[in-house]
Write a protein that binds this ligand. Structure first.
Ligand code: 5GP
Length: 254
């Protein structure tokens, strides 16, 4: 190989490695629509209509196995490279812990064209329930900008991998097989929910609760852990605070 070509190749390799995000795993976060909607805040259906009574994707989030201080090597490197946002962020949030990367490339906006073959599946599997906008595309754009730009994946792969993981492990069916079905009155043990997911998927997950309008604790989101290329579930390296009250939770109707 000619020395000039070798030099150019080496330089581009250095640029790629200095901009790749150094996270440890992804969280695939899925929300139970009944628990999003029956809170005091309520919800709104997307313009495509009421979603199915099924877990919906919230996001695929790069995460660190260990939180670190914001003035770490990673931030300092980016600051040294002249990332104005990082310098601003550092000066504003100095001393706070950073547990995941976010907003890694604000100029990288989600293109409808890039994900055109995924839109029909995303409308079913990744619908918005927010009343801020009933356009799911706005939710996907937000998730891409905040989390996807830190994933080291292109736009199409980022969404396709989240969809494939959801399809490979149907949480609604896995819980139903363990007798955990949506109900206005039944309560389930958290241990039962955790065990059902571990048995049904082969991997441990983290659970998050929220409160319905009467203050009752209910299963809200399931955090499954995923390898760095977004293709395989792994056991969760971290235990999160669950926000659940006691060991019993509801799974409300939707
Ligand atoms: P994140 O939790 O990814 O940091 O932020 C989620 C953002 O997406 C919030 O601003 C929220 O208002 C918006 N959003 C739009 N649709 C939904 C939805 O269906 N579920 C959730 N959890 N957030 C949504």
């Amino acid at each position: 190989m000619k020395p000039v070509i070798a030099f150019v190749l080496l330089c581009s390799l250095l640029v790629v490695s200095s901009t790749a995000e150094q996270f440890d795993f992804f969280y695939l976060v899925q929300q139970w629509p009944g628990s999003f909607c029956d809170t005091r805040q309520g919800c709104c259906f997307p313009e495509t209509g009421k979603p199915a009574a099924d877990f919906g994707i919230h996001g695929l989030w790069p995460n660190y196995a260990k939180c670190h201080s914001r003035s770490s090597y990673d931030d300092l490197t980016r600051a040294a490279l002249g990332d104005v946002d990082v310098v601003f962020f550092l000066s504003r949030r100095r001393g706070k812990k950073k547990c995941w990367p976010e907003y890694c490339d604000d100029g990288n906006t989600l293109s409808p064209w890039e994900i055109r073959d995924l839109v029909a599946s995303m409308e079913t599997s990744w619908p918005t329930l927010s009343c801020k906008s009933s356009r799911s595309f706005e939710f996907w754009s937000y998730e891409w900008k905040k989390h996807g730009t830190c994933s080291n994946l292109g736009q199409h792969d980022y969404f396709a991998r989240a969809l494939a993981l959801k399809a490979a492990h149907n949480l609604t069916a896995i819980l139903a097989a363990a007798g955990i079905v949506p109900s206005a009155t039944a309560t389930y043990s958290m241990t039962g929910v955790s065990d059902a997911i571990a048995k049904g998927t082969g991997f441990t997950a983290n659970l998050e609760c929220n409160r319905d309008a009467d203050g009752e604790s209910q299963l809200f989101q399931v955090y499954q852990c995923v390898n760095r290329d977004g293709t395989q579930l792994i056991d969760c390296p971290l235990q999160m605070p669950t926000k659940c009250r006691g060991d019993r939770v509801k799974l409300p109707l939707f």
